[in-house]
Write a protein that binds this ligand. Sequence first.
Ligand SMILES: Nc1ncnc2c1ncn2[C@@H]1O[C@H](COP(=O)(O)OP(=O)(O)OP(=O)(O)O)[C@@H](O)[C@H]1O
Ligand SMILES: [Mg+2]
Length: 261
Amino acid sequence: MSTLLELRGLARSFGGVRAVSDLSFSVQRGEILGLIGPSGAGKTTIVNLISGVIEPSAGSVLLDGVDVTGLAPHRLARLGLMRTFQSTAVFSARTVRENARRGAFRLAHSEWFSEFFGTPHARRRYEAAEELVEALLGQLDLSGVADQVAGSLSYGTQKALGIVIALAAQPSIILLDEPVAGLSVEEASHVRDVISKVRDRGITVVVIDHNMRFISGLCDRVVVVHHGQELAQGAPNLVLGDPGVIEAYLGASYARRHQSG
Ligand SMILES: Nc1ncnc2c1ncn2[C@@H]1O[C@H](COP(=O)(O)OP(=O)(O)OP(=O)(O)O)[C@@H](O)[C@H]1O
Ligand SMILES: [Mg+2]
């Protein structure tokens, strides 16, 4: 295996809060890596830093050995890195198909420009993108609702659409921020199968979730973060039984109980 994504000494604060500090880990080509940790541990911030949504205050991100720190999301998309959002992020007034096409045209500007001049090459790429979108909609059971506006769909279906949008860009790596949170058991198991298939197609996956059964059933390796730093990493069964990891989770739920009580 070779390294596809590498974080080196990544850090980011918000005011006085150090959301991520001195974090280093790497993601191997072709693996499914679980990124876990209690609520507020910094997981979404890490994905935001990797995907160029926010800039780090220190450290760097390397994609396939190239320093991509601070590159804008659309530039990272062209380099093969896509992410989904913890909350759904679809254009609710647009149809499912229109949303999915957003992902496919990650080379939007040059693509539309060539399309305007109608070069055969541009036409072929356009058609290939359309075919890919239809295939992905089929794989995620969204073909039947392709012409419905996204805002009319259930939360679970909107989350599945978020994955289609990301996959339509033909990424080499995809970062999924809680892809099954809020989904029914059935929907979650479907999304799990989809993620396995995504990896089978050679796409590297980083997935965040709080459901340990989901994570251990899906991931080759997990990285645990706590207070923005790495607490443990390794095979799911070993890491999830680690006393330090259990304490981090129990501590968080204990604190929550006492806050709300
Ligand atoms: N834009 C922001 N402005 C201020 N503080 C932020 C911002 N984003 C994150 N934080 C803070 O950074 C810390 C890490 O938040 P983050 O959302 O990354 O956690 P998380 O591990 O994704 O949590 P959850 O499991 O609840 O999604 C928290 O203390 C959070 O309040
Ligand atoms: Mg989060």
